[in-house]
Design a protein around this ligand. Sequence first.
Ligand code: SF4
Length: 282
Amino acid sequence: MPRVLIHACCGPCSLMPIVHLRDEGWEPSLFFFNPNIHPAWEWERRLDALRLAAARLDVPLMEECDRPDPTAWVSALGGIVQLGERCRLCYRPRLDRTAALASETGFDAFTSSLLYSRYQQHDIIRREAEQTALRHDVRFLYRDFRQWWYDGIRMSRELGLYRQKWCGCVLSMGEAQRQQQEAEKRRAAQKAERAERMEREAEARRLKREALAARQEAKRIARLRKAQERDPAQDSGVPPSPHDRLAGIGVHEKPAVQAVAEEAGQSFRDGKGQPEPFQTES
Ligand code: SF4
């Protein structure tokens, strides 16, 4: 059976390459060499997850060193920090070291778990790997493992593997944290906007209900008044309007007349003549 050395960036990304290369008839081995991963505890967590994946899937695992060493990553970048360009320089030593090991130890081919990730620069990885394959005279096995993205996520969860939150380097860590903070701010702003809108809508509904109730009450009173006009002996149950009350008070009864007029908000000319007729609602 032909043997393939898989450069493994982490446990979750290695699952689908192992499963599908086996399906194709390859015998896979894993190689962990990732000086880009920051900080040291993150490097250890990813290596632990890979060890667990290798044990569960029964795949041999080779490790470049027993502690994180970022010097290879720093010197590979040479001060370049722009995303894309720095990633190309970051892939290069990892793929190069894998190709060299595959060649030295008699593997038939090498590939990388980076080809599984939707977040990696797939085309750049492929180009870099093809060039390094030529340098080390070993076959690069290109596969697009991204088609099994969700299968890989499900399997990593089933195995209980640690799933990282950023690509690896210190720069990607800062970028991921900023993106997360921005997403949180966006979510908080959306929540506040939603609450404000709901409050506005509730107030509009309340005003509408009140207006409807006032219209219904006005109609009811108008109906009762009409009924009383048709039959004055009938007690309408409607409270008397100021006009009705004035009709029952003599103009000489000044304090009582004035009190009714003031209550209705009208001026009254000190006992000279009748008050202005009230406007009643029809
Ligand atoms: S973002 Fe990822 S691929 Fe790019 S330089 Fe950082 S660790 Fe490497």
